[in-house]
Design a protein around this ligand. Structure first.
Ligand code: SF4
Length: 476
């Protein structure tokens, strides 16, 4: 799943109606992937019902929650350092409660209480509904833990509280967990088995967002291509009589959301090379408001290494999927990926195959890391992390440099074209400028000309860097 890496802090103006009688303040920090950011919005919703008012100032909080990532050791070290800083706050405010949520909480469970004395509660990704009880326990001075993994929890009935929102784009989680067992990955152990959310609740959430002025939704899942929802037994007969299918796959869900309104852009993440189907690609082609962009993690360009990673596809299979995407959606479709270098026993030639695959695909951008062994994973149990650190780093630098060249090439292709851009807000660097993204998920910066966020504009692309397109609005 795509990492977001930077910290997200709640800001007051992003929270809809506050219970006036709320007397307690919660401060939430989210780390890692979009799924965690989306979960923090569910947590804020559950706590809102308990009268917790969000704050962006940790010093003002009665409750500090860190929603954590465990995908690499570095992610966990970052959280431990942050807990060290929060310790200072607890000295100033002894009544402060500190909680750790998310994948690190799920992976470490009670151990986290022993290792980090300032932590009062540890709550796994499927146990957020129990937060009110756990907080009561912690309030009574008893440290609280719940890391139960569910087979059916999707939080589908809860209305997320949009955090740090630009009011234009929003995430909608469509499923939880992952049934793939990639040998390097902790997610199946920290987020449990796959379960898909009722498509009607997803469509309703998207409709609600559109009514509130949002103009883009991203459908989220660890592997959206295995989204599959079956109607309850007692409804199957009714649907059959109406000639409706009693099973909804990802292509159908995408079609249902796209039909809400042509002014609502639809994106999704993350796809899986072994499961993405032509159906999904044809559904994307059929709807102009389904953005022409796919995040398709490859991880390695060598089939033997992919087999050790238990990815379920070969180099040839992956390149065939890229060929299908280009055939159905064209050269303009944005493509990004994830790569892991220095995986167990990866040889120099196999590393060169990752570079040559990148050369033949030319991704718009990619998330690139060297292998970080995670306790409890298949690889940690069965394989030896034998590639020396300096070799891992050198290989990582080589793919980062290659990707830099490819990104520049992909962005330069857009110069001279006119792109439809959804304005997301002011550019980070200058308030005279606005920024938004193209359908292919490229950031565009251009002079504002009295336009506002949430509007669609046509921008003539005049220049670029390897990560941003620069242009000016031309009305069509
Ligand atoms: S598809 Fe593989 S890498 Fe992605 S979350 Fe599932 S197990 Fe992890």
């Amino acid at each position: 799943m795509k990492p977001i890496e930077d910290i997200e802090i709640l800001n007051d103006h992003s929270i809809e109606s506050q219970p006036k009688h709320s007397s307690r303040k919660v401060y939430i920090e989210s780390y890692g992937c979009q799924m965690n950011f989306s979960d923090s919005e569910i947590v804020a919703s559950i706590l809102k019902k308990q009268g917790y008012e969000p704050t962006t100032v940790p010093e003002a909080a009665d409750l500090v929650l860190l929603n954590t990532c465990s995908i690499r050791d570095k992610a966990e070290q970052t959280v431990r350092q942050r807990l060290g800083q929060i310790n200072g706050l607890k000295h100033q405010n002894p009544g402060l409660l500190v909680g750790v949520l998310g994948c690190m909480a799920e992976r470490l469970k009670e151990r986290l209480l022993e290792e980090e004395k300032i932590v009062d509660l540890v709550v796994g990704p499927d146990a957020y509904r129990t937060l009110p009880d756990l907080l009561q326990q912690a309030d009574d001075g008893v440290k609280a833990v719940n890391t139960f993994l569910s087979r059916d929890e999707t939080y589908g009935d809860l209305e997320p509280v949009r955090l740090n929102s630009n009011g234009v784009t929003a995430f909608i989680s469509i499923m939880r967990g992952c049934d793939n067992m990639c040998s390097f990955c902790v997610v199946p152990f920290t987020r449990g088995r796959e379960r898909s959310r009722d498509p009607h609740s997803i469509v309703n959430e998207a409709k609600d967002l559109f009514a509130k002025g949002y103009r883009e939704v991203t459908l989220l899942g660890q592997n959206v291509d295995s989204y599959k929802w079956s109607e309850a037994e007692n409804n199957k007969a009714r649907l059959e009589k109406a000639g409706l299918s009693d099973t909804v796959g990802f292509a159908q869900l995408l079609d249902m959301v796209a039909r809400i309104d042509p002014r609502l852009r639809v994106r999704f993440s993350t796809s899986h090379p072994k499961d993405i189907t032509d159906d999904v690609l044809h559904t994307m082609a059929a709807h102009p408001n389904v953005c022409k962009y796919i995040h398709l993690p490859v991880q390695s360009g060598n089939s033997r290494v992919l087999d050790l990673m238990n990815r379920g596809y070969s180099r040839e299979w992956y390149l065939e999927k890229i060929k299908r995407i280009r055939e159905i959606l064209g050269e303009d479709c944005g493509l990004s990926s994830d790569m892991i270098t220095g995986f167990c026993s990866e040889t120099e030639d196999e590393h060169q195959e990752t570079l040559s695959l990148m050369e033949s695909v030319v991704f718009d951008f990619a998330y690139m890391f060297h292998y970080s062994e995670r306790p409890g994973t298949l690889a940690a149990k069965k394989l030896v992390d034998d590639v020396p650190a300096e070799t891992k780093n050198r290989r990582l630098q080589e793919i980062i440099q290659a990707q830099g060249r490819h990104s520049l090439r992909r962005y330069q292709r857009e110069i001279g074209t006119v792109q439809e851009v959804l304005i997301e807000g002011p550019s980070r660097r200058s308030h005279e400028k606005l920024q938004g993204r193209t359908s292919s998920n490229k950031v565009v910066v251009f002079p504002a000309e009295n336009k506002i966020k949430g509007q669609y504009v046509h921008v003539l692309i005049e220049d670029c860097t390897s990560a941003t397109l620069l242009g000016r609005i031309i009305d069509r």
